[in-house]
Design a protein around this ligand. Structure first.
Ligand SMILES: [Zn+2]
Length: 674
């Protein structure tokens, strides 16, 4: 019997035939797909003809067609419906795919053809998109070390290998420290904690085989504990353990690991010819340079710090009223901020939830996209990988645009968080290929017969992921390597974070936030309180985040520090971190930066995207209409349909007439008054 992953798929919308695919089929299919890929690369380098864009770059674009199909089918289930067998497959595939990737980038004959084209680029009469694909392809090879020879080449290989193992060690040390600590709570210690925190603490105790409830270092337990526990002594003890993760001495201490990682990154950047690792990392980003990143962060820092200092005074006064003297400390902030939030913006989640039905929020996301971009969504019944999955055919003017899959409910086999992925990406090189896009979330599944209800955060997540989905579904480019969300990391969150703004448009909530039983809309004062509570404690949130981002940047510029804690302290003293606030992630547990390369010199990118989404939504506000057709058209034409076919700065400038400024973000976070 042929492997169903490798056969022609005779299915609606050319979906993977999940009813026929067994887990045992994935491994041989990946092996066969890698063989296909290798054969395609060999065909490129073996041909006698001189390199052309078509016989080299386009052929390379198409080399992994089989692999793309097989992995598209696999990764959809590996993240959203994992089984031990599928987890084993993940572990099996990841080194194989890494080795295949470096086989390609280190293929000297292949790189020689690309380099020939690159040198002749001005004579090739390429379209704007083709020129971009050529530049990106060559840059990817160069950054992977394709131009290095001899000792430098082998040293780069050693560095990459050592960095991979140090990243794993960093993660494992952190996990070990998190698992090693817990603080038992007596029944009396639970006083003042809301039921959900008590329940979480009891479940954590049971999970650790303890008799009673415990506090652990998991963010979902320690943060609410710090928010709600009136016991200052216990808050201090828990906080001390939390900020010491990765810096407890002994075998799990991450300080030396972090220093070695920074040193190797510096060497890697130097081997590749860059001034610093930050310069190497930022080359592919919209920000482009360390200075641009610092300027953004500092523009936000001062107003945020001013607001945090003003808030610290309010919180200190509340603490005095409790009869406590001395300074407001980091373990006091969340507790008094929560009290203040309750006093100023009382908003009861339980009261809000019945108005936020999943089905109505899905309708709201579709309705906004219809008004903005003219798309229609029609539910379709197609076989998928799990019975909770739902599918819609997305059309525009009666023409098929995409298949959209929503997999919304939490289950044990799904990893946590929410994400958007494409089982198939848009492209035109292999015919008019339209995408298959999935939004995966972890919303609580209702009991049978009950409507699924969301928290406000859930509803925002739904809009966020649908924004990513629109970026994929509206994509209109020729080459898959630059289609949809294949853009710079500090640009990819623009469509998603921007889309969240439409949930906050009062007429949208007024229409779609309705009670399941009576259909009554959300009362005006609840809507009002909801929108106002958004900016609460933004001074604190911005300060703890920006402090971490500035330390990340400083680590990767200039000479790598021997002592990461000393360098961190220097940066924090320079910027004047308020006494009662600490970094969101201190170096010994800054997994974004040290567990892998992903967010190193890149932690700023969350805020970079936020600057853009605030500025972009202001384009609608400026004309007084959240659904202004001309602005929506410009957003579609210059951002959502373009993928990475044009440099991000140029895309944004074409949409907005200029680059983004920080003013809209400061206003959005309520920081302009400070
Ligand atoms: Zn996102």
């Amino acid at each position: 019997m042929t492997n169903p992953l490798l056969a022609t798929w005779d299915t609606p919308f050319d979906l993977p035939p999940y009813d026929a695919i067994r887990d045992e089929d994935f491994s041989p299919a990946v092996a066969a797909a890698l063989d296909d890929g290798r054969a395609a690369i060999k065909a490129i380098t073996d041909q006698a003809e001189a390199p052309t864009f078509a016989n080299t770059i386009e052929a390379l674009e198409r080399a992994d067609e089989t692999l793309g199909r097989v992995l598209g089918a696999f990764y959809a289930v590996a993240g959203a419906d994992a089984t031990p067998a599928r987890e084993d497959l993940m572990r099996e595939f990841s080194p194989k795919l890494a080795a295949y990737g470096s086989e390609i980038t280190m293929n000297a004959d292949l790189f020689a053809r690309i380099e020939t084209l690159w040198q002749a680029r001005d004579t090739l009469e390429l379209t704007e998109e083709q020129a971009r694909v050529l530049m990106l392809t060559r840059r990817g090879f160069v950054r992977a070390g394709a131009q290095l020879e001899g000792a430098a080449r082998s040293r780069l290989g050693e560095i990459k290998e050592r960095l991979a193992s140090l990243g794993t060690q960093f993660t494992q040390n952190l996990l070990a420290d998190e698992r090693a600590w817990s603080m038992p709570l007596a029944e009396a210690d639970l006083e003042g904690l809301p039921d959900f925190v008590k329940a979480t603490a009891r479940a954590a105790g049971a999970e650790r085989g303890q008799d009673g409830p415990v506090v652990t270092l998991s963010r979902s337990l320690i943060v609410p504990f710090l928010q709600f526990s009136p016991r200052r002594d216990l808050r201090q003890k828990a906080f001390a353990a939390w900020v010491a993760r990765g810096a407890n001495g002994g075998k799990t201490d991450n300080r030396a690991v972090a220093a070695e990682i920074l040193k190797l990154r510096e060497e890697r950047a130097a081997l590749l010819g860059y001034d610093s690792f930050a310069a190497y990392k930022l080359e592919t980003e919209m920000a482009e340079t360390p200075d641009a990143v610092r300027n953004l962060l500092m523009a936000v820092w001062e107003p945020a710090r001013a607001m945090a200092e003003a808030d610290a005074e309010v919180l200190t006064a509340m603490m005095r009223a409790d009869g406590i003297n001395g300074d407001l400390e980091p373990w006091d902030w969340r507790y008094y901020a929560e009290k203040r939030r309750k006093a100023e913006h009382d908003l009861d989640e339980a009261e809000l939830k019945p108005f936020l039905q999943l089905d109505r929020m899905i309708e709201a996301a579709f309705s906004c996209a219809h008004r903005l971009f003219g798309i229609e969504a029609r539910p379709v019944d197609v076989p998928l990988y799990h019975p909770d999955c739902r599918a819609w055919e997305i059309t525009r003017n009666g023409e098929h645009l995409a298949l959209f899959i929503g997999d919304y409910f939490a289950r044990a086999s799904k990893r946590s968080g929410a994400w958007c992925s494409a089982m198939r990406s848009q492209q035109k090189l292999a015919g008019n290929i339209r995408p298959v896009v999935i939004n995966v979330c972890n919303f609580a599944k209702p009991e049978a017969g009950q409507p699924a209800l969301l928290s406000y955060d859930d509803a925002r997540t739904l809009f966020h992921e649908f924004g990513h989905a629109l970026h994929q579904m509206l994509s209109d480019v020729t080459y898959e390597s630059i289609s949809g969300t294949s853009v710079a990391r500090d640009f990819v969150e623009l469509p998603s974070q921007l889309y969240e703004h439409w949930l906050e448009v009062p007429e949208v909530l007024a229409e779609f936030a309705t009670l399941a039983d009576t259909g009554a809309p959300m009362p005006a004062d609840m809507l009002d309180r909801l929108l106002k509570a958004k900016n609460f404690d933004q001074g604190f949130a911005t300060v703890e985040y920006v402090a971490s981002a500035l330390v990340d940047l400083a680590f990767h510029e200039g000479t790598a520090p021997e002592d990461v804690m000393a360098r961190q302290a220097e940066v924090l003293a320079d910027i004047g971190l308020p006494h009662a606030i600490t970094m969101r992630h201190a170096s010994p547990h800054f997994a974004h930066v040290f567990s892998g390369d992903g967010y190193s010199s890149g932690y700023y990118s969350y805020m970079w995207s936020e600057v853009m989404d605030a500025d972009a939504f202001e384009a609608f506000e400026d004309v007084g209409d959240a659904f202004d057709p001309a602005t929506a058209q410009a957003l579609h034409d210059h951002v959502l349909s373009k993928g990475g076919s044009v440099d991000a700065k140029a895309l944004y400038t074409r949409f907005r007439g200029r680059l983004p400024g920080v003013e809209a973000l400061l206003k959005g976070r309520g920081l302009t008054a400070a």
